[in-house]
Write a protein that binds this ligand. Structure first.
Ligand SMILES: Cc1cc2nc3c(=O)[nH]c(=O)nc-3n(C[C@H](O)[C@H](O)[C@H](O)COP(=O)(O)OP(=O)(O)OC[C@H]3O[C@@H](n4cnc5c(N)ncnc54)[C@H](O)[C@@H]3O)c2cc1C
Length: 257
């Protein structure tokens, strides 16, 4: 079968929250966008099948300070405050956009105010798929990217992949490529992580990128036997030990979500 050949301004590789937000923003800024997902965009990846807690903190200085201080302590004071501030700002803006524009049905608390610190993956990602398509993004479902293309100077210039359902190779020439293929967690067996085989990190490394902070990636969190969901919250009731066998005081309070 002949190769499907496309040319675009921006190629987004992936179909989870990172990819769909990137595609949406690029399309709204006037770019032609192709999004290629290994699975069906909106149902694929770690968020689509999960409940997700989000760091939604109103821009009140005391509340933001308390939120950052708490996360700093959880992360052993290794976090960068500039990034935390950026995440807080972006999360607040994006979650409000989901409520206002995408009519995400946030629940309401006893005081009548909406609770915006959590999203149900299926509801969230279904909306992101609709929004991306309405913004004019060309979505290639079930179309894993297999390698990046480079121009004669070595700069990344697109990618090649395979449309599994059409059984057709494809090639996208692009002015910019966004890698948003999630992490590398498939061996955890956690719901939705079957597609997370670290492809984007490999593509980036093959293209000469330097990866940073990989020593902090949490490869496989603890999962209770016979479950498919991992939970770092387990640590809240765990006991940690120093190398010499003495108990590490205070570590048990370092819970995650
Ligand atoms: C059990 C669990 C609980 C979690 N809880 C929370 C939480 O409470 N709060 C929170 O903020 N985060 C949470 N996370 C983390 C969160 O799910 C991820 O950080 C988030 O999904 C990452 O989004 P992403 O778009 O980068 O990747 P994903 O959502 O994993 O999406 C990856 C996408 O890339 C596609 N892809 C992969 N390879 C290719 C390829 N070669 N070509 C094309 N497409 C490809 C996949 O099909 C998929 O669509 C949790 C994760 C797990 C597993």
């Amino acid at each position: 079968m002949t190769t499907l050949d496309l040319t675009t301004d921006v190629l987004v590789v992936g179909g989870g929250p990172a990819a769909t937000w990137a595609a949406l923003k690029a399309a709204r800024a006037g770019a032609d966008v192709v999004l290629a997902d290994k699975g069906y965009c909106g149902t694929s990846g770690a968020t689509a099948s999960a409940g997700t807690g989000v760091w939604y903190v109103p821009p009140e200085p005391a509340a933001r300070e308390a939120a950052m201080a708490s996360r700093e302590a959880l992360g052993g004071h290794l976090a960068d405050r500039r990034w935390m501030a950026r995440v807080l700002d972006q999360t607040y803006e994006s979650v409000n956009e989901l409520a206002d524009e995408a009519r995400y049905p946030f629940p309401t608390g006893p005081d009548g105010r909406p609770l915006r610190n959590g999203l149900q993956g299926p509801e969230y990602m279904r909306r992101m798929r609709v929004r991306v398509r309405r913004a004019g993004v060309h979505v290639l479902d079930h179309s894993p990217v297999r390698e990046l293309l480079a121009d004669t100077s070595g700069a990344v210039a697109g990618a090649t992949g395979y449309r599994r359902q059409a059984q057709q190779p494809y090639r996208v020439r692009a002015g910019a490529v966004v890698l948003a293929t999630g992490g590398c967690a498939f061996l955890s067996g956690a719901l939705g992580c079957n597609v997370n085989t670290g492809d984007g990190a490999l593509f980036a490394a093959e293209a000469g990128a330097e990866l940073s902070g990989m020593e902090f990636s949490n490869a496989y969190a603890i999962a209770p036997e016979h479950t498919s969901v991992t939970k770092t919250a387990f640590y809240t009731f765990a006991t940690f030990f120093h190398e010499d066998g003495t108990v590490l005081e205070g570590a048990a309070s370092q819970g995650g979500r």
